[in-house]
Design a protein around this ligand. Structure first.
Ligand code: TXA
Ligand code: MG
Length: 327
């Protein structure tokens, strides 16, 4: 683990050029990065995360020009890049034929998910001269790492280098959208509020049907799973539960909680997003059987926060009967 500074840029770029994995800070969460044009290196990501191979990965670029070398950019996507890059917005775009992005990155799809992150990652990508494939730096199905220490605890032995730039500013993965004809689909709510995207495109985003979305990963029902069970929308705490609170007023019986962390005392969703993964991990480590979560509003970043919480609360192994019903 080294401090992320100007000197670390070259070291990271060299390590990546040698086909190794580097954990890099971004404004959303820490990424487990590999050179997206190097199939062996990309395979290393799946191996380190224990991630199912059908999940395509997000490719990180240093600027819009680099995005244009790998994907076909329609005018609406371009407008969103101009408005929000660098930042927590990922765009799914048609792959250009003859690019060198390894097919494993897009899991065989003819599209690629691109984003330009804020912070040092952009400089590393520019120094390397290739995009970086980088999912969140955590074991598959576990909570995403929002600090270098969290990444080291989870994956340390499997990564050549971890750059430490302090806690991630946004704390939630990027919002993923895809322009589809005249419509714009919200594939994953995330660190950029849907309302902000809608303000720029002048139309509503289309939410994905949950079931159709299973083809797009991050969309597997159980995800971001702590060891404890998770109970949502809690108005009354049960004895011994760990309480994940939100806002100035407490659930009934909050004093019976074994532990208590507040995502945002003032009810600020941005602050809550930044604290979410870290607080879930901290409560989980205390060993309560259940983490009780107070209600969180659905506006702004609340949509993505609730999305992650619902996944954290989902049954870990779907009963066969449920799978049958999905068909
Ligand atoms: O904030 C973030 O986006 C973080 C940081 C590290 O940048 N990255 C991240 O990447 O969350 P990853 O690889 O875990 O996200 C993959 C998600 C999948 O859930 C999938 O739904 C979507 O991106 N995705 C990737 N390629 C896609 C494609 N071609 N079509 C549709 N969805 C795609
Ligand atoms: Mg992830």
């Amino acid at each position: 683990m080294i401090t992320s500074d100007e000197r670390s840029i070259l070291q990271a770029a060299r390590t990546l050029a040698a086909g190794k994995l580097v954990a890099i800070p971004t404004e959303t969460v820490y990424g487990l990065a590999a050179d997206a044009t190097n199939g062996d290196a990309v395979a290393g990501i799946f191996e380190a995360k224990g991630r199912p191979h059908f999940n395509p990965l997000i490719c990180h670029v240093s600027d819009i020009a680099m995005a244009g070398r790998y994907a076909l950019i329609d005018p609406l996507s371009r407008k969103l890049m101009d408005a929000f890059w660098p930042g927590p917005l990922t765009l799914v775009l048609p792959l250009r034929p003859d690019t060198h992005i390894h097919p494993l990155v897009a899991a065989g799809l003819e599209t690629v998910a691109l984003r330009m992150p804020r912070g040092i990652a952009g400089k590393i990508i520019a120094a390397l001269g290739h995009p970086l494939a980088a999912p969140s730096a955590n074991t598959s199905g576990k909570i995403s790492g929002t600090s270098a220490q969290a990444v080291a605890d989870d994956l340390g032995a499997k990564i050549a280098l971890i750059l430490d730039a302090g806690p991630s500013e946004v704390g939630l993965e990027s919002t993923i959208v895809k322009v589809d004809g005249d419509a714009v689909l919200l594939l994953r709510p995330g660190g950029l509020a849907a309302e902000d995207v809608e303000a720029v495109i002048g139309q509503k985003l289309q939410r994905m049907d949950q079931r159709a979305a299973i083809e797009a990963p991050g969309m597997l029902a159980s995800h971001y799973a702590p060891a404890a069970g998770v109970r949502l929308n809690v108005h009354e705490v049960r004895h011994g539960e760990a309480l994940l609170a939100f806002g100035p007023t407490r659930a009934i019986n909050a004093q019976a909680a074994a532990a208590h962390l507040n995502l945002s005392e003032t009810g600020n969703l941005r602050e809550a997003a930044a604290n979410l993964f870290d607080y879930m991990k901290r409560l989980d480590r205390l060993g309560s059987a259940v983490i009780a979560v107070e209600p969180i509003p659905f506006n702004g970043l609340g949509e993505a926060i609730n999305d992650r919480l619902v996944r954290a609360a989902a049954p870990r192994v779907p009963p066969i009967a449920e799978l049958e019903q999905i068909k």
